[in-house]
Design a protein around this ligand. Structure first.
Ligand code: GDP
Ligand code: IMO
Ligand code: MG
Length: 419
């Protein structure tokens, strides 16, 4: 069998958690392959809402196995909070959640370094989630990181050595480390919780299970935040794209099956960095307020704008998307006019290919369509779609060259139409 991949095509928060949960009954295993607690994946069903950070979104349906793969970075303190909240709501995961020995640990000092580097950057800061993601991946590539497997032997000594190195750096920047003792206490408590779970060689596990089981790889962040192909340097520090699933789970490329690319009917971004279709008007405010566009991790208001088909076509190419999933079109239900960016004007020249960088004057070229002005949130079947919405779907499919096979019309599991 193959591994299907579901990932975000924009700047994150496309609704990945919700759709992974919807698709979960078709899969025996759901695995995260990159990112860490910078992710916030929201699921809603039976009147309850859950936000997952490091735990895959496949935990709520059936008895399937969920895996935190080698490409993920894990913070034991935040992991403990997440697991205890799930346990309090009746979801015990110790037998169903497996963790790769090769996943890297986010240390307390990584969190401080994240804050320190952001402070150094001043106005040019990335606007990170402050979870220590960048410093942890930097450490991994710099070959000094600590992995889950290290917890099992001689951990304290290795930990102290890395901590001492980090403290030297923090001292150079005169960064206040007075919170470290408290963070460390929570972190080591978290480590005890983490030890309740099985640490495995997940690359062997998944490749063996693939003989007769279906696996879904769940992306975090989005393609525009990818370290290589995103809006560098305003990106995260991992490969958020399909190739990231090969690296982050130990899969040969030919093991990849369907690639589900998910996008919002408009576009959002949190943190700094270019965003060609960003709106500063009433339409943008309406998207934010109707769509509750506030970060699920940091609570920051998300920047909002029209859908960007130049960026989407690029993301589809890089990921090899075979099926598209569109979320949150219900947020546009009251809009009289809907716009989609089909090209950029750069220095007066119209381009349809995603450029080297988005900095400077990138002016979006829009097509305008009549809005459907109909409440779609309770619709159950495609036949109920208003004519203008059908036209919008056909326009997108034609422009993007990939079928839209799922339309999400609200945050609840039930508000999903499979086409
Ligand atoms: P993720 O990081 O990609 O999993 O997305 P987030 O959970 O951070 O953000 C998506 C937000 O939109 C969450 O609050 C979801 O509950 C919500 N959501 C998901 N799909 C839809 C949809 O189709 N319509 C509406 N109105 N909300 C949605
Ligand atoms: P999910 O999985 C949206 C953004 C941050 C910042 C940049 C770098 O919920 O879609 P980092 O902490 O990773 O070093 O921050 O990336 N970012 C996200 N934005 N959704 C996410 O995850 C994000 N994870 C990181 O806001 O701009
Ligand atoms: Mg999110």
């Amino acid at each position: 069998m193959k591994v299907d991949v579901l990932l975000g095509l924009q700047w994150g928060d496309e609704g990945k958690g919700k759709i992974v949960d919807v698709l979960t009954p078709e899969y025996s295993i759901v695995a995260r392959f990159q990112g860490g607690p910078n992710a916030g994946h929201t699921l809603e069903f039976e009147g309850k809402k859950y936000v997952l950070r490091s735990v895959p979104s496949g935990i709520f349906q059936g008895n399937n196995i969920n895996i935190i793969g080698n490409g993920v970075v894990l913070d034991p303190a935040l992991f403990k909070v997440e697991i205890e909240a799930l346990e309090a709501s009746g979801h015990s995961l110790t037998k169903r959640l497996l963790i790769s020995k090769k996943a890297h640990l986010i240390l307390p000092t990584h969190r401080l370094l994240d804050a320190c580097y952001e402070a150094q950057k001043g106005d040019a800061k990335i606007g990170t989630t402050g979870k220590g993601i960048g410093p942890t991946y930097t450490e991994k590539v710099g070959r000094g990181g600590l992995r889950i497997g290290d917890i099992l032997c001689g951990f304290e000594e290795k930990y102290q050595a890395v901590k001492a190195r980090h403290l030297k750096t923090l001292e150079q920047f005169k960064f206040d480390t007075s919170s470290l003792a408290d963070i460390e206490k929570e972190w080591f408590d978290g480590l005890e919780k983490l030890k309740e779970f099985a640490f495995i060689d997940s690359e062997h596990y998944i490749n063996k299970e693939l003989v007769n089981k279906k696996v879904l790889a769940e992306g975090a962040q989005g393609t525009m935040l990818d370290i290589d192909f995103g809006s560098y340097p305003f990106v995260t520090s991992s490969n958020t794209i399909t190739a990231g699933a090969c690296i982050g789970l130990g899969l040969a490329p030919q093991k990849i099956g369907e690639v589900f690319g998910i996008f919002k009917a408009y576009c959002t971004r949190v943190g700094s960095g270019p965003f060609p279709t960003e709106l500063f008007d009433e339409d943008g405010d309406n998207m934010r307020n109707i769509g509750f566009e506030f970060g699920s991790v940091t609570g920051r208001p998300r920047r909002c704008g029209w859908v960007d088909l130049v960026a989407l076509r690029y993301a589809i190419m890089i990921n090899g998307v075979t099926r598209l999933i569109m979320t949150k079109s219900d947020v546009l239900d009251t809009f009289k006019t809907i716009k989609a960016c089909i090209a950029y004007k750069i220095n007066g020249v119209e381009v349809t290919e995603f450029p080297f960088e988005l900095a400077g004057s990138v002016e979006p070229v829009y097509v305008e369509m009549e809005g459907w002005q109909t409440d779609m949130s309770k619709m159950q079947k495609e036949d109920e779609f208003p004519a203008q919405f059908k036209k919008y779907l056909s326009f997108l499919e034609e422009n993007l060259g990939v079928p839209i096979t799922i339309v999400s019309l609200g945050p609840d599991r039930e508000q999903t139409i499979i086409r």
